[in-house]
Write a protein that binds this ligand. Structure first.
Ligand code: SAM
Length: 238
């Protein structure tokens, strides 16, 4: 059933199985752009004067932490994910590179018990595609709930570029080449074929942006490198 690919248990299993190779593959699937995009998607946040409380949703193994700490050295960073295997790598990174200063939370964001009106910033990189519209709607409401009034958020996701030639090339690369690389690195290309399936259905962040707007958040759409990634950012009004 189509909707079963959005079943949280299925998604969790997928990332548990991909955890050994995810970081390398993430770099490859974005042609190495993911590092730059992680820095870029944080630029929408206004530089705070005081210490800020940040939550990185769908944190994976903490791929965005370095960019976040570079931009906001004076911050409390909380990182949430539900995959125990991704979090094992995140814990290792926390210990070896961040002096255990990051608070890890293992929870499903769709069934979380995070406090309301609490965070100054919500960040989320490359996690939107495995949510269907109903789940995106819930995610939007939760973002609204956990942010302080005036708090800001930024989401980014791999997307299908608008340019036809680039779209065909990128589709071939993600749909055909990456699964082969996945097989070489992993022995099983299916997980990486699934990532393309999600991207194919996701298209770009426009629909998710609309869903966020409908919950009362003010948002701006942003495209990265000819639409190979896209996202939106904004703030919670009073
Ligand atoms: C594509 S990875 C992105 C990881 C990281 N943010 C990055 O920038 O590369 C998506 C992550 O979202 C997590 N995830 C997906 N659905 C989730 C949910 N409902 N609750 C918590 N984590 C979830 C997965 O376990 C996975 O680690």
């Amino acid at each position: 059933m189509e909707n079963s690919i959005y079943d949280p248990e299925y998604v969790k299993g997928l990332f548990d199985r991909m955890s050994d190779s995810y970081e390398r593959m993430n770099y490859l699937t974005s042609f190495g752009f993911s590092i730059r995009w992680r820095t870029q998607f944080l630029k929408s946040f206004k530089k705070p004067e005081d210490k800020v409380s940040i939550i990185d949703l769908l944190t994976g193994m903490g791929e965005t932490w370095q960019a976040t700490k570079n931009r906001f050295p004076n911050s409390d960073l909380i990182a949430l994910d539900f995959s125990s295997e991704m979090l094992k790598y995140a814990m290792h990174k926390n210990r070896t590179k961040f002096n255990n200063q990051i608070t890890l939370v293992q929870q499903d964001i769709l069934r979380n018990d995070l406090p309301s009106n609490h965070f100054d910033f919500v960040t989320c990189a490359f996690g939107l595609k495995t949510f269907n519209d109903e789940q995106l709607n819930f995610l939007a409401k939760e973002t609204n709930r956990i942010l302080k009034v005036g708090g800001q958020f930024s989401f980014i996701e791999i997307s299908k570029p608008t340019n036809r030639l680039l779209k065909a090339l990128y589709g071939f690369y993600l749909g055909q080449v990456i699964p082969v690389l996945g097989k070489l690195l992993l022995g099983d290309p299916e997980e990486y074929r699934m990532l393309w399936k999600y991207t194919d259905k996701f298209e770009n962040a426009k629909r998710a942006q609309g869903i966020f707007e409908n919950t009362g958040l003010k948002t701006e759409f942003i495209s990265y490198f000819y639409g190979c990634a896209s996202g939106f950012y904004g703030s919670k009004g009073s």
